[in-house]
Unconditional design. Structure first.
Length: 309
């Protein structure tokens, strides 16, 4: 095969043989250029680039050699190949070693990002499903619904802001009285404790270790004055009023939800010993009437006080 030589035709060649030398050298030139261009029609084209030269390889299998059949060398590193038989189709690969080794461009890009510690400065827009990890064990966001699947544990190292988190469906509420009665949100630990503590106080449910549910006996009202007849009091918890008379006397105990109370719950006359103990309901009003001056005691269930009205 003739070899193209820019020194041909040589000087001094007779004119009648010059054309043959020129044709021979042009044939050799076409062969050389044909490694990178297409002159298949016999030299009448200007020559378009063949794939693997200015164009990328576009085939099912990884290219093993250059287009002309020669082995790859270091100058070929960075060549591109579209794999038409990959999933997804047309995976772009780059020649990273002359063995040859073809590496997906996406792998190269991710490796470069990780190596340099780079981050995406703006929104990362993924049109399809976004999955991280091996199939069946990934963190996955469905493109159409936005549903998020976490195959392993979701570990949140920081503190969740209840104000922002509760705005979304499925968040939690920091609401001590649970008044919203939401069916799609859970309560914070603090709210649950406060709600239960309040209910325990309301229902007078005491811990198992507490054996005495009563408060202390007292003959004082809420402003530390002595409990006296004819005054109206309101109680802060269920309990008992004890009226202690040492002599026979006409006396009554009135208690109900009105202020002043009008319902007689207990009475005594001069014919009988007129001491008595009467239950009183939380938030009810009570007063004692008597001809004498009895000693009056309050025994709460819990710690509710008698509040002078």
């Amino acid at each position: 095969m003739a070899t193209w030589n820019k020194a041909n035709p040589a000087a001094g060649i007779a004119a009648n043989t010059l054309d043959n030398h020129i044709r021979t050298n042009q044939d050799a030139l076409e062969t050389a250029i044909d490694n990178e261009h297409d002159f298949a029609t016999g030299g009448t084209q200007t020559g378009i680039h063949t794939q693997g030269s200015a164009r990328c390889f576009f085939q099912d299998t990884a290219p093993a050699t250059r287009i002309n059949g020669d082995a790859f060398t270091s100058v070929d590193l960075g060549s591109l190949w579209f794999d038409t038989n990959s999933d997804p189709d047309n995976q772009l690969n780059v020649l990273t070693a002359i063995t040859p080794t073809w590496t997906p461009v996406s792998t190269e890009i991710i490796a470069a990002l990780l190596a340099s510690g780079r981050v995406f400065a703006s929104t990362l827009n993924v049109q399809g499903n976004f999955a991280v990890g091996p199939t069946g064990g990934e963190f996955k966001v469905a493109a159409l619904s936005g549903n998020t699947t976490v195959a392993g544990y979701l570990d949140i190292a920081g503190v969740i802001d209840p104000t922002s988190f509760s705005k979304s469906r499925g968040g939690f509420l920091d609401e001590d009285n649970m008044a919203s009665d939401a069916a799609d949100k859970v309560a914070s630990q603090q709210s649950i404790k406060k709600y239960v503590d309040d209910k325990v106080s309301d229902l007078l449910i005491v811990p198992a270790k507490v054996t005495n549910i009563f408060g202390a006996w007292t003959n004082k009202n809420s402003i530390d004055g002595t409990l006296v007849k004819t005054s109206v009091y309101k109680v802060g918890s269920d309990g008992f009023i004890l009226i202690a008379n040492n002599n026979q006397d006409n006396a009554t105990m009135l208690t109900d939800g009105s202020n002043p109370p009008t319902t007689v719950r207990w009475s005594a006359s001069t014919s009988y010993m007129n001491s008595g103990m009467i239950p009183v309901r939380k938030d009810d009003y009570w007063k004692v009437t008597s001809n004498l001056t009895p000693t009056i005691y309050w025994l709460p269930i819990g710690s509710g006080a008698c509040v002078l009205q």
